[in-house]
Ligand binder design. Structure first.
Ligand SMILES: *Cc1c(COP(=O)(O)O)cnc(C)c1O
Length: 397
């Protein structure tokens, strides 16, 4: 009998650390354990290693080394960017612009700020999930201090017109932050060309370790410290450096950028193959997100008359890991705020499936998964009274 398969299609949730990443990290747990703040050579070597890592990451964005601040990941970077800007620029104004489709690390931080006297405008997006530039321009006020728009969406993969948004922010003298957790390592980013003032990224979304990320902060921004204590991270984020994490993150970044072109080309091929097969072979299915301005690894499809959660369970039984259109913090049955923002009715948003690809996926897996999806959709629809009614009504017309 064939062994049970394991097909991982949830790379937007997290990715496996590459073996090279783990190998690079290991010595820093044991023989190279020194605290980078100590004065003796043994520890100063680790300080030098962190400097090299910072430089490698800065180069990947066209930034300067001293503009990269290590954090515990995407959520911390997003929190820091919003809260610290709000506090530092409160005398200029208390208005922030973001979008309805941000990650909860942004949305919940924005809500926190609203509860503390700030005003937030949440921009609508069009049916493909793209921010309307006119709406952005209209939302800008004299007291607007920050625009935060994600580079690419984690659910539907849509890539925003970041260059245009950056130019508008710059023209109005407003700080521009982007949550690039999904885009970083997948698409080229240049902070100067795009006028990005702050950028969040996370290690575990690009085949690095969990619990490490960074915030890029452009020189000259007045941001308060996020963690008070020692002088680490230029006194803005205290605490003994996560040396192993930083080394692993830098290795993951190095590989991600060295392999970006061929890797994303391969992913686009798999992605488009899967999308085309599903749309051609499964009736009453629709693609969510922009067809072209889309992350190379994102497939998001709504299947009418189906509960995404039921699909997930059946896919899981077949050894396939995917994600549904419900709130990613599971346990909630609310449909995804992103799918509602692109205009899907609740019942269609509920029938959505996100599959996000990685380096290790193959064309053969795509065929296996699409065949399984066809089987599952047919089975679930055959048990659905809604679908039965729909078919009957159609036949009578
Ligand atoms: C995963 C993710 C985050 C959170 O990153 P963590 O490192 O898990 O805290 C933030 N924003 C986006 C778009 C993400 O996909």
């Amino acid at each position: 009998m064939e062994n049970k398969r394991f097909i991982y299609l949830d790379h937007a949730a997290t990715t496996p650390a590459r073996p090279e990443v783990v190998d690079a990290m290991l010595p820093y747990f044991t023989e190279k354990f020194g605290n980078p703040s100590s004065v003796y050579t043994f520890s100063q070597q680790n300080k030098a290693v962190i400097t090299d890592c910072r430089e490698l990451i800065a180069n990947s964005l066209g930034a300067k080394s001293n503009e990269i601040y290590f954090t515990a990941g995407g959520s911390e970077s997003d929190n820091w960017a919003l809260k610290a800007t709000a506090e530092a620029y409160a005398t200029k104004g208390k208005h922030i612009i973001t979008t309805k489709i941000e990650h909860h690390a942004i949305l919940h931080t924005a809500q926190y700020l609203e509860n503390n006297g700030y005003e937030v405008t949440y921009l609508d997006v069009d049916e493909n999930g793209i921010v309307k530039i006119e709406d952005l321009k209209n939302a800008i006020r004299p007291d607007t201090i920050l625009i935060s728009v994600m580079f690419a969406n984690n659910e539907i993969g849509t890539i925003q017109p970041i260059k245009e948004i950056g130019a508008i922010a710059k023209e109005h003298g407003i700080i521009f932050h982007t949550d690039a957790v999904q885009a970083y390592g997948q698409v080229p980013i240049d902070v100067d060309a795009y006028n990005i003032d702050m950028l969040s990224a996370s290690g575990h979304k690009l085949n690095g370790p969990k619990g490490i990320g960074f915030l890029y902060i452009r020189t000259g921004l007045k941001l308060r410290s996020f963690v008070h204590g020692g002088a680490q991270e230029r006194s803005r984020r205290a605490g003994t450096e996560n040396v192993t994490g930083i080394v692993g993150l830098a290795k993951a970044v190095e590989i991600a950028f060295d392999t970006m072109e061929q890797r994303t080309q391969k992913e686009c091929k798999l992605r488009d193959y899967m999308i085309d097969r599903i749309l051609a072979e499964v009736p009453y299915a629709r693609l969510n997100g922009h067809r072209v301005d889309r992350l190379p690894n994102n497939v998001n499809i709504s299947f009418q008359f189906i509960e995404g959660e039921s699909m997930l369970i059946m896919l899981d039984m077949a050894g396939i890991c995917a994600s549904s259109g419900s709130a990613c913090t599971s346990g909630s049955l609310d449909p995804s705020h992103v799918l509602l923002a692109i205009g899907l009715p609740h019942e269609i948003a509920h029938g959505s499936l996100r599959m996000t690809l990685g380096d290790e996926n193959t064309m053969e897996e795509m065929d296996f998964v699409v065949d399984k999806i066809k089987e599952i959709v047919e089975k679930l629809r055959s048990m659905s009274p809604l679908y039965e009614d729909f078919v009957k009504r159609n036949a009578n017309q």
